[in-house]
Write a protein that binds this ligand. Sequence first.
Ligand SMILES: Cc1cc2nc3c(=O)[nH]c(=O)nc-3n(C[C@H](O)[C@H](O)[C@H](O)COP(=O)(O)OP(=O)(O)OC[C@H]3O[C@@H](n4cnc5c(N)ncnc54)[C@H](O)[C@@H]3O)c2cc1C
Length: 374
Amino acid sequence: MNLAPTELTGDELRLQSEVRSFLDERLPAGSYPVQLGIGGCDPAFSRDLARRGWVGMAISRQYGGHGRSAVDRLVVVEQLLARGAPVAYHWIADRQSGPMIERHGSEAQKRELLPGIARGELSFSIGMSEPDSGSDLASLRSRAQWRSDRWVLNGTKIWTTGAAQATHILGLFRTSEDRYGGLTQFIVGCDTPGVTISPIVFIDGSSEFCEVSFEDVELGDEHRLGEPGAGWAQNTGELVLERGGVDRWMSMFPVIEHWASELAPEDSAAQADLGTITARMWALRGLSLSIARLVDEGGSPVTEAAMVKELATRWEADCVRLVARHLGRAPDPTSPDPWEALLARAVLVSPSWTIRGGTNEILRSVVAKGLARR
Ligand SMILES: Cc1cc2nc3c(=O)[nH]c(=O)nc-3n(C[C@H](O)[C@H](O)[C@H](O)COP(=O)(O)OP(=O)(O)OC[C@H]3O[C@@H](n4cnc5c(N)ncnc54)[C@H](O)[C@@H]3O)c2cc1C
């Protein structure tokens, strides 16, 4: 594995400062609840961001996107997460469903969906996991059967982040008994008859997670994404878009920044801890930036992305423990201090950060297999 060190160019630094100025104006401190990573659903904010050209950056211009580089997108994403901005409405469509539709979709699907994604109007969620199929995704049982002139979908998806606010679900369904070759992706409108979306209350009281059931959901063939049976390969490609970026490990950034701003210079133990986590974060940021450069050069850094997600989500968990330890007591989720309440939330939800997008145990296997092949 060889990731070449890289820096932001002059144009990329200019983009960074444009995004910072926009956020200073659009999201002044105290005007919104700061999020831990990719939370907070605010369709109006997503649309405003899109008007600046910062949603659908990876989608090509002919479909309403902006044809920008992976590094440009990283620059924007980094600034949004550093502020804890409310990005959930457009996030999944921007990061993965849009690029997946552009890569595998029919011309009609691209024309119908991509401009709406780039305008921040369409919101997608990912329908992969099922009650008995998470890491072993190929064991999934939700089924799509072709009946004379239409597909009929039945089954249950779980942990479908954001489904309650989404306009569409990009779901993986079994279309034949072949374990890997029998899976197919479908684009399902959330208002399709037979689709029921039930939010699941998470440990911190939020309800971003959902269970989605499909009961005799009828879809025309134009809802199929890619060839029948191509779903496994497509899904593997999609997971690469889900890993390796800064959005997988900047959840704690606003909390750390606030903590750092309050540290007394004479608190040498805290200053030393801050130095350590900052150095680790800078190294991880360098790795994510190198991965984005590799993508722009036409590479497919699957192993590298898995490695960054594994290393960085462990770093995130260390940050939660460290900031909580320096508080000196268990943070109170009902504290009138919004930063303490946010830290308390991080304590509750951070165990999930190493699980989403593939658990660390699985990612270690991905890295080991990737290295063995070289
Ligand atoms: C915050 C969050 C958001 C999510 N959002 C979505 C979403 O939007 N859409 C979606 O489809 N899914 C989503 N998921 C589901 C997520 O992808 C799965 O939870 C994850 O893939 C793990 O699957 P599982 O929960 O079934 O655990 P399991 O696969 O049952 O694993 C349980 C434990 O066993 C270990 N394990 C399993 N297999 C192996 C192995 N072969 N070798 C070593 N160890 C192993 C795992 O690492 C884990 O520790 C989300 C999950 C979280 C936590």
